[in-house]
Design a protein around this ligand. Structure first.
Ligand code: RRO
Length: 312
């Protein structure tokens, strides 16, 4: 059986990779992902200037997932472009993703200009959903701004580009966002980023577990799988078929991946579980997905992608 897939007309020999933010903040981590069973990687979201991010502790693993308020610590987009372009030269057959995020549309344009002049040949993921920068709302919840960003971005950037979205929780919001996204030549939509501004507390200590924002942070892991699957399937139902879906949220075993693909995902990304297990997780996940496919008599992703059944 094969877990190969395509995104933006590029071939990937496995449909499993990291989620941006996890194991991708510097050259060492990216090199480890490059050597793993993941078919590709996406970098930490790069900004125009390097950032230290929020004060520590800022990531806390829980029994059912994680909470984080990293605050966009990153080495700056130039660093990631340099590293990825170098790895790309060594492995011309592979395809990589670079994530970036600006603090306004002008910055988004500057970031994409950097991507273009660097000669990057992979796929760009524009992060519209960071929940953790104090005073900055998640762009993906401001529908007018998303429309304006995409309108402006596609006037100048001609390479393959996808967007990372926050989770939506209302059918009308799925309808409104899909209507906006369908106006643009997006390569893909990645659902979902963490569920923003949850609060995890330690009842023994009677205290929060992360320092920034008095403990509020993005939730990942088991908590978010039903929300992630809903977003993947809602966009699969609504988006123009040229716009593919990357499914992210709550993946820790092969069955979770199978479910994301059944809901319409062409590629899946792993965050919290990768943080816990490290890049060896990709060998286990690939083995588990292949075992399920063999059991069910499926030879390839297309045999079950999006084929979720409803009850009469
Ligand atoms: O760095 C972060 O705090 C962060 C980002 Br940019 C994001 O997109 N999602 C997240 O959970 N954390």
């Amino acid at each position: 059986v094969s877990t190969a897939t395509n995104i933006a007309q590029k071939k990937f020999d496995n449909c499993i990779m990291n989620a941006s933010g996890v194991w991708c903040s510097d050259e060492n981590e990216l090199t480890e992902l490059d050597r793993s069973e993941a078919s590709s990687f996406v970098t930490k979201s790069g900004t125009l200037q390097p950032r230290k991010g929020n004060p520590q502790p800022r990531y806390f693993p829980t029994s059912l997932g994680s909470i984080n308020s990293m605050g966009l610590p990153n080495q700056g987009l130039d660093y990631y472009l340099e590293v990825v372009n170098r790895l790309q030269q060594r492995k011309p057959h592979k395809n990589y993703f670079v994530s970036c995020t600006g603090f306004n549309v002008q910055e988004d344009i500057s970031l994409l200009k950097k991507v273009a002049v660097s000669g990057f040949t992979g796929v760009v993921e524009l992060n519209l959903s960071c929940p953790n920068v104090p005073g900055k709302p998640q762009t993906g919840y401001d529908f007018e701004t998303v429309d304006n960003i995409l309108k402006t971005v596609f006037k100048s950037y001609k390479g393959p580009l996808g967007v990372k979205l926050p989770p939506y929780f209302d059918i009308v919001h799925f309808n409104q966002m899909a209507q906006i996204l369908n106006k643009y030549p997006l390569a893909y939509v990645n659902s979902v980023n963490s569920i923003g501004n949850g609060l995890y507390i330690d009842d023994t200590q009677e205290q929060v577990v992360i320092k920034p924002k008095n403990g509020f942070g993005g939730i990942g892991g088991d908590y978010i799988k039903p929300t992630a699957l809903a977003n993947v399937h809602a966009f699969y139902q609504r988006l123009n078929p040229d716009i593919q879906i990357i499914g992210t949220g709550g993946i820790k075993n092969g069955r979770d991946i199978f479910e994301h693909i059944l809901c319409g995902a062409s590629m899946v990304q792993v965050g919290t579980a990768l943080m816990k297990e490290g890049p060896d997780i990709f060998a286990r996940l690939t083995r588990e997905l292949k075992a399920i496919m063999r059991d069910k008599g499926y030879e390839k992703i297309a045999d079950f992608k999006g084929k979720l059944q409803y009850i009469e």
